[in-house]
Design a protein around this ligand. Structure first.
Ligand code: ZN
Length: 455
């Protein structure tokens, strides 16, 4: 049994900040947790410790297109023209490229303070749209990237069948995504095998959206979740709301709440365009909203009414989604700034008990992300030692303490403020750099060269 001991001058525990905390970690889990104690000989010591954050929504391969779609096209640019560019990129990725790009994305997530990723994985088939000999070939590549980088994985194989509401046939650009219900069942089964060697991996299901999956198809695949998480994109775009209304007479979230058993296992990704009644409905059901502020800003989606949702007791977490920029602190910062800009106020997302915005955002994203990804993320005996330390000598944290460290990291610092990251007790990031940064970066460049040359 491997045992290591870490000591933190201050560590954020489930019941708040504690000083002088010693953790003995055995086989990746916290075995002994002692507060108000001194470091012992041989302990690795750090100043400021936090639990690792869950990243509840990612399409890892999209890291490869980051920054490539920031050019005006011949027509009005929108989410929908971005999506066409994404489909062209997808056309030229093979299994090796999927793995290399995912490894780069996961490495950057770890370096920014995320320790678990919910990978909403929808590219399944070969470039002609035919299944690989192993139907979970690309899923296994994502799992391999998680294994190589050390990030914990909640794998969400995507069910994708149609091009639009009402069961429209999938378009040629979607051929690599599409499965019928039977083949999707085999894919989920094969996905469980693909992650079986990864410690603490979780498998859930992900009907892509109400555009790509009919309500009755979603109902039919629900048993495949087997108690695990259920994620769906919903109400990201106003056009999606209009199309849903035209087809069904209901708005997307309204329809979801009305026709499917949405509960705390569900994560509604984006839910950008919701009415007060829909927002209340999500909060009442206990589902998580998966907010992806950087991507939603990049794609011009709109703003989720987070302040009123939070006041209703709604649960949310954050995701890096398109991975155009990977930074846990910046996701939280932009989430808060969106509310400030739209409501013309300051300090929008706080709880009554916690004046610190940074602490309120962090606690909410930690709890919501853990719920959405079906894996606990609290620092307690018996739980995985998933930890982040901050650079106490970073000027963004100077002369601050406890919750003000979180405010400093989120509002004045960012990714460069992260020092070390441990996942299941293994130190993966040291001084802000992942142990395999050079090798993975090199492979990523090579893979990208191949994809971009072909596209
Ligand atoms: Zn997404």
């Amino acid at each position: 049994m491997s045992r290591t001991a870490l000591w933190f001058r201050s560590l954020l525990l489930p019941d708040g900040w504690a000083d002088g905390v010693r953790l003995v970690i055995a086989d990746g889990r916290i075995d002994i947790l002692t507060k108000a104690t001194a470091a012992e000989a041989g302990d690795e010591t750090h100043e400021i410790g936090l639990p690792g954050l869950p990243n509840l929504h990612s399409h890892a391969f999209q890291r490869g297109m980051a920054g490539l779609t920031e050019r005006r096209g011949s027509t009005a640019d929108s989410f929908w023209t971005w999506r066409e560019a994404m489909y062209r990129f997808v056309d030229h990725m093979g299994p090796e490229e999927v793995e290399a790009i995912a490894a780069q994305a996961f490495l950057e997530m770890l370096e920014s303070g995320f320790t678990r990723v919910g990978e909403f994985h929808y590219v399944h088939h070969d470039p002609d749209g035919a299944p690989y000999a192993d139907i979970a070939e690309l899923t296994a590549r994502v799992a391999a990237a998680a294994g190589e980088t050390g990030i914990a994985l909640t794998l969400l194989p995507v069910f994708y069948r149609h091009a639009g509401f009402g069961g429209l046939p999938a378009s040629p650009g979607q051929r690599r995504f599409v499965n019928d219900i039977d083949r999707y069942g085999r894919l989920v089964e094969a996905s469980r095998k693909a992650v079986s060697s990864l410690p603490c991996a979780v498998v859930g299901i992900a009907p892509h959206s109400l555009r790509a999956a009919m309500p009755e198809e979603i109902a039919a695949i629900l048993p495949l979740a087997d108690g695990g998480p259920i994620h769906i994109h919903v109400a990201e775009q106003t056009k999606e709301v209009e199309d849903c209304l035209a087809w069904s007479g209901q708005r997307p979230v309204e329809l979801l709440l009305d026709r499917l058993p949405v509960d705390e296992r569900w994560c509604l990704v984006h839910a950008t365009h919701v009415t007060d009644a829909e927002s209340q409905g999500i909060a009442t059901r206990g589902a998580t909203v998966g907010l992806c502020p950087i991507t939603e800003a990049n794609l011009g989606d709109g703003l989720f009414p987070a302040q009123s949702f939070m006041a209703r007791g709604g649960r949310f977490g954050v995701g890096s989604d398109s991975n155009v920029l990977i930074d846990a602190a910046e996701e939280l910062r932009l989430l808060e700034y969106g509310q400030r800009l739209s409501l013309r106020t300051r300090n929008a997302l706080t709880r009554a008990s916690t004046p610190s915005v940074g602490r309120s955002l962090f606690d909410a994203a930690l709890a919501g992300g853990a719920q959405a990804l079906g894996a606990p993320s609290t620092l307690a005996v018996g739980q995985p030692a998933d930890l982040v330390s901050l650079k106490a000598d970073d000027t963004a944290l100077a002369h601050r303490q406890h919750d003000r460290w979180l405010d400093g990291w989120i509002f004045a610092g960012g990714r460069q403020t992260v020092d070390c990251v441990w996942r299941a007790g293994a130190k993966l990031v040291n001084g802000g750099r992942h142990f395999s940064r050079e090798a993975i970066g090199k492979r990523y460049r090579k893979a990208l060269h191949k994809v971009l040359q072909a596209s």
